[in-house]
Every structure is written in C-alpha cells, then in structure tokens.
Design a protein around this ligand. Structure first.
Ligand SMILES: NC(=O)c1ccc[n+]([C@@H]2O[C@H](COP(=O)([O-])OP(=O)(O)OC[C@H]3O[C@@H](n4cnc5c(N)ncnc54)[C@H](OP(=O)(O)O)[C@@H]3O)[C@@H](O)[C@H]2O)c1
Length: 273
C-alpha cells in the first residue's frame, strides 16, 4: 500500500507507546484513523496528540474504548464501529500487555489475561472485521515481538503469547490472500514505552541482560517499523539493526543463542550469583 492518503486505518492499542506513534505517523500521511484502547482518558489524550499531525481537514479521527480480549463485546461493537467510521483498509493489531517474571511468579490469572489480550485480542478483532474487510481487501499488520522468535527467561507468559502470534500470522497469511488481504508481522526488540516501565518492576536481572542483545528503540523508531510493514511487501519486519542481526542469529544459530549466549548471560546475571 503505497499511499495512506484517505485510507482508513484502525490501530488497536493506538492510545500509547508504539501504537500511538504509529497512529501519529499514519495520520501525518492523510489517513482516516480509528484508535482502540480501554482507558477513555488515555484515548482522549492520544487523540489530541495525533490530531496535531493532521494534514487535511477532511481526515476523520475517532477513538473507541473496547477491550479486545472480550470477544462478545468485540463481535457486537466492531461492526457498529465500521458502520460509523468505515471499513479498514489497514488493520493494525498492536494492543498488548507485558509482564516479565520467573514462571513461579506468573500466576494462572496473569497467564490467562496475557493470552486473552495478546493472542485472542488479535484473533477477535480480525475475526470481527473480516466479513467487511474481505469485500474490498486490505492489509493486516500484527505486532508480535523479538520475544516471539526466541524463548527468553522471564517470559513464559509474554513469550508464549508472542510466539503464538507468529504462528497465527503465518497461518492466516495464505488463508486471507484469496480475499486480497495481505498480512505482515512486526517483531520489535525492547521499545521505550509505558509497557517496559511497568515490566521493570518485576523483570528478573537475567531477562533484562538478555534483552539488551537486541537493542532498545524509541517508540518513534518502532512506529516507523510498523509503517514499513503497512506500506511494504515484506511479511516479517524487524525494526532496528541490532534486532535484525539478533533475528538472523536466532534463525540460523538457535542453539548458540539459547544455550551459548543465553546460559552465559543467565550465569553472569543470576540474582544469587
Ligand atoms: N515496549 C516494548 O518493549 C515492546 C517490544 C516488542 C513488542 N511490543 C508490543 O507492542 C505492542 C504495544 O506495546 P507498547 O510497548 O506500545 O505498550 P503500551 O505503551 O503499554 O501500549 C499498549 C496499548 O495497548 C492498549 N491495550 C492494552 N490492553 C488492551 C485491551 N485489552 N484492549 C484494548 N487495548 C488494550 C493500551 O491501552 P489501554 O491500557 O487503555 O487498554 C495501550 O494503548 C504490544 O503488543 C507489545 O507486546 C512492545
């Protein structure tokens, strides 16, 4: 999709971090935009920020409070949202929550919430948008993580949800092609957003050290990666040079990363070492 001018773009999790930055960049290209999140105040503040990037007076900018993990609500609300704001040409599935902690500190309810939002949330929104989207085709962009490409200590729940998204994206890509819908996947490394501020409260030191290998990006840099996925032809987009290099190592030398580098980092950073 070369130009986003007058295209309708939906971004889940568009009220903060990577989603907000993507929303700003998309709006700056003249798109009509719908952002989805739960917290109304956050959405309200995001709309103000995004509106500053407006380039024409005809651009529409709507925000919707919706929990993507609540399938019943998504099934009933999304068709209404599409009636009001138009059917998306581009659907960005970015809403997600994070948590870093040892497995024994990851209770069932947290694991359940993580999968419900990070995995089912993506599934729910695509399923509800598909009946309308398949009529005109378009682009679906799923935001996973570098933690969806390589298992990491401290990410039993988060990593599981992000790995699942990779399989999900690989599965629906050939499936939706018959409707003229392209699918792309973005796997960012660590990004400076409120999510990592929250995560820092519980993340084990080994996980913190392991994450450093793939580098740290600003939300703006990660947003550019999502934009590349929207507008380019690649299935997999990995923003950041260090992260691209890490992904190559993960692909071609998984044992070296998991056992070699992983074990070394763990032994050097273990809490009790
Ligand atoms: N930051 C990183 O280091 C990093 C790295 C790789 C991948 N990612 C992925 O990038 C995505 C965005 O993360 P971020 O770092 O930008 O986080 P963030 O700043 O915390 O933003 C998360 C967004 O998702 C929304 N959201 C969360 N749960 C939701 C739900 N149940 N229904 C609807 N909206 C929901 C939030 O709004 P409400 O809370 O108001 O609902 C917010 O708009 C996530 O999928 C994350 O896993 C992040």
């Amino acid at each position: 999709m070369k130009t986003l001018s007058e295209k309708t773009v939906y971004i889940t999790g568009g009220s903060s971090g990577i989603g907000l930055e993507t929303a700003r960049q998309v709006f700056a290209q003249g798109a009509h935009l719908v952002i989805i999140g739960r917290d109304k105040d956050k959405l309200h503040r995001a709309v103000k920020t995004i509106d500053a990037a407006r380039i024409t007076s005809i651009q529409t900018l709507n925000s919707v409070s919706l929990d993507v993990g609540d399938n019943r609500k998504v099934e009933t609300d999304l068709p209404k949202i599409m009636e009001d704001s138009g059917v998306p040409n581009v659907l960005v599935l970015n809403a997600g929550i994070g948590f870093g902690g040892y497995f024994e500190d990851t209770p069932y309810d947290l694991f359940d919430r993580m999968i419900k939002i990070n995995l089912y949330g993506v599934r729910n929104v695509i399923a509800a948008a598909l009946p309308k989207m398949k009529v005109k085709g378009g682009k679906i962009v799923i935001v996973s993580s570098i933690a969806g490409l390589s298992g990491m200590i401290g990410y039993s729940a988060y990593g599981a949800s992000k790995f699942a998204l990779v399989g999900f994206a690989q599965s629906i890509k050939p499936d939706l092609k018959r409707y003229g819908i392209e699918v792309a996947l973005v796997c960012p490394p660590e990004v400076e957003t409120p999510l990592i501020v929250e995560e820092a409260k519980t993340i084990p030191p080994e996980a913190k050290a392991f994450k450093k290998i793939a580098g740290l990006l600003t939300a703006e840099q990660a947003g550019k990666g999502v934009l590349k996925a929207i507008q380019g032809n690649s299935f997999l987009v990995i923003p950041g040079l260090k992260a691209k290099f890490s992904a190559l190592l993960i692909k071609y030398f998984p044992g070296f990363i998991q056992r070699g580098v992983g074990n070394l980092i763990i032994s050097l950073n273990r809490k009790d070492s």
